[in-house]
Design a protein. Structure first.
Length: 195
């Protein structure tokens, strides 16, 4: 019985209604935002640029960690990313140090990598999430949080339920902890799927 990023088996998720899965998605989203906020504050408490919207579940099957049996219909993941540009930054490896210290303080497993002319560090939280902090020589420093895969009864139904209620709006920039709150199940359907 393989467990997903939240510790549930596929059999346990089969017992959930779409409403329950939607609420589960909202909980995962809020947890992701708390992880992102904590890591952001480790290096910069000011404005961060949004990479893109982060409210719609991603297509499952692949991901940052394998989940045997997962495919595009029975699984999904979440991800959120931000960018900041420290004054005078050049992507020096030592700029990873504050984030490494934060990850180590949390007790997370870390992996440092040098890729071409950039440096990055990955943290595995041990409970279904991974965080990447990447430095570029152009001074753009990116922070991304990825969930491992979550089981679902129908990825399209869940994605449609989230998309239908979403305002599909996010800020260009925000401070750590600032993000749109996902609509509740009771929120009206304002977007129809495109056919």
């Amino acid at each position: 019985m393989l467990k997903d990023a939240a510790g549930l088996t596929q059999e346990q998720v089969r017992e959930l209604t779409l409403h329950q899965e939607y609420d589960r998605y909202r909980d995962h989203y809020e947890h992701m935002q708390r992880l992102l906020e904590g890591a952001q504050l480790a290096v910069h408490d000011g404005e961060w640029e949004w990479v893109a919207g982060d409210g719609i579940p991603g297509i499952g099957g692949d991901g940052v960690a394998p989940l045997p049996g997962a495919d595009t219909k029975n699984s999904y993941f979440l991800t959120s990313g931000r960018i900041w540009m420290p004054p005078g930054a050049t992507g020096a490896q030592r700029d990873l140090d504050p984030m490494i210290e934060y990850f180590e303080h949390q007790g997370w497993a870390i992996d440092q990598r040098a890729i071409s002319d950039s440096y990055e560090v990955w943290a595995n939280t041990g409970d279904g999430w991974q965080i990447n902090y990447s430095l570029r020589t152009n001074g753009r420093y990116s922070l991304d949080v990825y969930s491992e895969l979550f089981w679902t009864n129908d990825a399209l139904d869940l994605s449609t339920a989230v998309y239908g209620r979403s305002a599909l709006q996010w800020p260009d920039d925000s401070v750590p902890g600032e993000h749109p709150v996902p609509p509740s199940w009771e929120s009206p359907i304002i977007n129809q799927p495109e056919i």
